[in-house]
Write a protein that binds this ligand. Structure first.
Ligand SMILES: *Cc1c(COP(=O)(O)O)cnc(C)c1O
Length: 427
């Protein structure tokens, strides 16, 4: 059996039928923006391998930090023990996130970070004397991961909630934020979506522990950008009602939107913030949950006075070292001009796509560029074209999109734009 045949018949890939999988390409290596296949084909990874490799693959500063760490302490348990990479990373995260976020919980993946954030909110409410507050509010159109609690706050249609009825927590959904980023914010609260959010929170307030959302960019739920004023209003509503505001910055964190965090686009600080994906520059699976002093204090004062979570690989030193090196690469701030330059170039290169048949919208924010079609597009049909154009793209839903690493040269950016337009013409 060839490797390709074994892979096809035995290895589940994301969201596939292992009994009838489409083709996959064998990757040999990757460096910078480029992936090399086993037959020598080279492609720009315009997805940053699911939005993670912001400094490119195999970044020398990150791999050097990992090599040094692996020869010293690849792993040790975090219960009763600590180590320099965990402390170093914690210092950086506390300094760079909104000021009220003072406490860090390390875990292994984005979905688990969302589980941890939701558990924190429930324990906070319990300690605050609100044992009935165990549910969550969230706008439609969101994506928060594939584990059960995270899945329960994903968009009910995209997340196929009907399949899991009975197994899934029932949550409260507000309409998706109706005002797009860049549009004028209507003063009428019915038009700007905050009246519906307010009604939902007031109607079910005694059951709601937290409001969880992806700030400004709804990613895997549809690649939509909405008005940051929505977040300022959400902050106010949560404060009025004692509901915790949870920002899922797993996709948006670490410069993707042109700001360090999407929260910065609104100037709003959440009570809890989830980080993942680009945290290690895409070199290791890792995530972190940031919590305010008030949340940490409340949980500590409640029953049993402990936050009830602690994964085996919590605070893994190798991942912490990779994350520290990645954050060091962001520290000089040059990413900001690079992301701005990518945004400006893609905005102008993708503008002609607006007039193509089948194209519904074209939008760019930071290093996120989207051609939204008026119909569903197929990733399987896109991949052979990616191989031909040398630009790896994986469309989903109606969206042909790129989330490239911040290191692309102008010439590489042009290749990505051209490949997206080519796909828009044939998918
Ligand atoms: C990817 C993603 C997650 C889930 O992260 P995993 O590492 O895949 O578990 C959660 N929230 C958002 C916004 C994401 O983009």
């Amino acid at each position: 059996m060839t490797d390709a045949a074994f892979d096809r018949d035995h290895l589940w890939h994301p969201y596939t039928n292992v009994m009838a999988q489409g083709p996959t390409y064998m990757v040999d290596s990757a460096e910078g923006a480029w992936i090399t296949l086993d037959d020598g084909t080279r492609m720009i990874d315009a997805m940053s391998s699911w939005w993670c490799t912001i400094h490119g693959h195999r970044n020398p500063a990150i791999t050097a930090a990992m090599h040094a760490q692996i020869d010293r302490l690849p792993h040790v348990m975090f219960g009763g023990l600590t180590h320099a990479p965990a402390v170093e990373l914690g210092r950086r995260l506390v300094a760079m996130t909104p000021e009220r976020l003072q406490h860090v919980f390390y875990c292994d993946s984005g979905s688990v970070a969302v589980e941890v954030a939701m558990k924190m909110a429930v324990q906070h409410q319990l300690a605050a004397g609100n044992p009935g507050r165990t549910r969550f509010a969230t706008p439609r159109g969101g994506y928060h991961g594939d584990t059960w609690k995270a899945m329960s706050v994903c968009d009910p249609v995209n997340g196929m909630h009907h399949l899991f009825e009975g197994a899934l927590n029932v949550q409260y959904f507000a309409p998706r934020p109706p005002v797009a980023l860049g549009q004028d914010w209507p003063e009428d609260d019915e038009a700007n979506g905050t009246a519906a959010l307010s009604r939902l929170l007031h109607e079910h307030g005694d059951q709601i522990a937290g409001l969880i959302l992806e700030p400004v960019v709804q990613g895997a739920g549809g690649m939509r950008f909405y008005h940051p004023e929505y977040l300022r209003r959400a902050r106010r509503l949560c404060d009025e009602m004692g509901i915790l505001l949870i920002f899922d910055e797993i996709a948006t964190g670490f410069g993707r939107t042109g700001e360090l965090f999407a929260a910065d686009l609104a100037g709003v600080a959440p009570d809890i913030m989830c980080l993942g994906k680009a945290l290690t520059g895409g070199h290791m699976s890792f995530a972190a949950v940031m919590a305010s002093g008030a949340v940490a204090r409340r949980i500590g004062e409640g029953e049993p006075g402990l936050f009830m979570h602690g994964p085996t690989f919590m605070g893994n030193p190798l991942a912490c070292a990779a994350a520290c090196a990645s954050l060091d690469l962001l520290a000089d701030g040059t990413w900001r001009e690079r992301v701005e330059a990518i945004a400006a170039q893609m905005r102008s290169e993708l503008a002609p796509a607006r007039d193509m048949p089948g194209v519904a919208d074209v939008r760019v924010l930071g290093a996120i560029a989207v051609i939204e079609m008026d119909h569903e597009v197929s990733a399987d049909r896109a991949h052979p074209i990616s191989r031909e154009t040398g630009v790896w793209l994986r469309p989903f839903g109606r969206n042909i999109y790129a989330m490239p690493p911040f290191i692309l040269t102008p010439d590489e950016v042009s290749k990505v734009s051209a490949a997206m337009i080519r796909l828009a013409g044939v998918l």
